[in-house]
Design a protein around this ligand. Sequence first.
Ligand code: UT7
Length: 312
Amino acid sequence: MSNADFERILETSDEWIVSRTGMRERRYASDAQASSDLATHAADHALKRAGLRAEDIDCFIVATVTPDYQFPATACIVAANLGAVGKPAFDIEIACSGFIYGLPMAASFVRSGIFRRVMIVGVETLSRIMNFNDRGTSILFGDGAGATIVERTSAGADCFLDCELGADGSNPELLFVKSGGSRHPMTTAALAAGEDKVQMSGREIFKYAVNTMVGTAKLVLARSGLTTNDVNWIIPHQANLRIIEAAAKRLHVPRKKIVVNIENYGNTSSASIPIALSETIERGVLHEGDVILFTGFGGGLSWGSVAWRWSY
Ligand code: UT7
């Protein structure tokens, strides 16, 4: 879905979208595809790249706000699709911070010895919950999936360096889907009012985003005994190019260290960081021992940063 496609259905322009967000295209799942289908595809790709089979994975975590069903967990369906029936599988729902929260969770399982290998997939079919009459939200979001496998390294070195996570639920309506939950069950009137779709106060979230990303990134680096000079890659949540650039400026990190793919996918919520990580691997620029800083924020509000030393 290109900016030109939006120009045809909304009062907007390519110039406005590019200058305010950095986005040019987003990808949408076909009508036949649900989140578990995109997640299964990404999971399969990750397994092949790692030279593993589904039965080698001890636990499946899916981060999503667009599950196949309200319940059961999409992770159960993904594991079954992969042929891993019987393995533990569960979802986490913390909006765009899903992968940032899931990564330390996976690392903790591996560190503690509870599981040897944990797969974490970030997936969204946000096109299903967009209000295409609202130019303030519909142009921003896309569909996608990214999968990672966290395992104990052969050398036994600890690759998970540190994390700082946070949340403030005092204003959930800053970014939410109003109806369909226990507070406002779905009604015909709610449907007619578009309350099954995303609503957002973009400007407020913008300010929050930069402050929380920068604040948590600084804390995580300081506690890991690192400075931004030691960081090889920053992989931020892809919500808005201006947010990413403002955070990079305040962290004094050169642009070439920051992974940005927002122009191709828009904001894919919990999928944005694992997709960007996957593309960084494909570019062949991620080397053994590189330090990666993952940082993000989203609905909740929620936010966090994770420092990671890369090892294959
Ligand atoms: O993963 C977390 C999810 N959320 C976010 O990351 C959102 C963070 N916020 C943002 O990225 C930005 O606030 C937006 C991109 C959503 C909006 O950019 P902005 O520079 O904050 O614009 P604004 O909301 O202050 O709106 C400025 C103007 C308004 O018109 P008026 O009131 O000044 O006449 C909007 O109605 O731009 C208008 N506008 C648009 N115009 C053309 C809003 N959306 C559009 C649009 N095309 N698509």
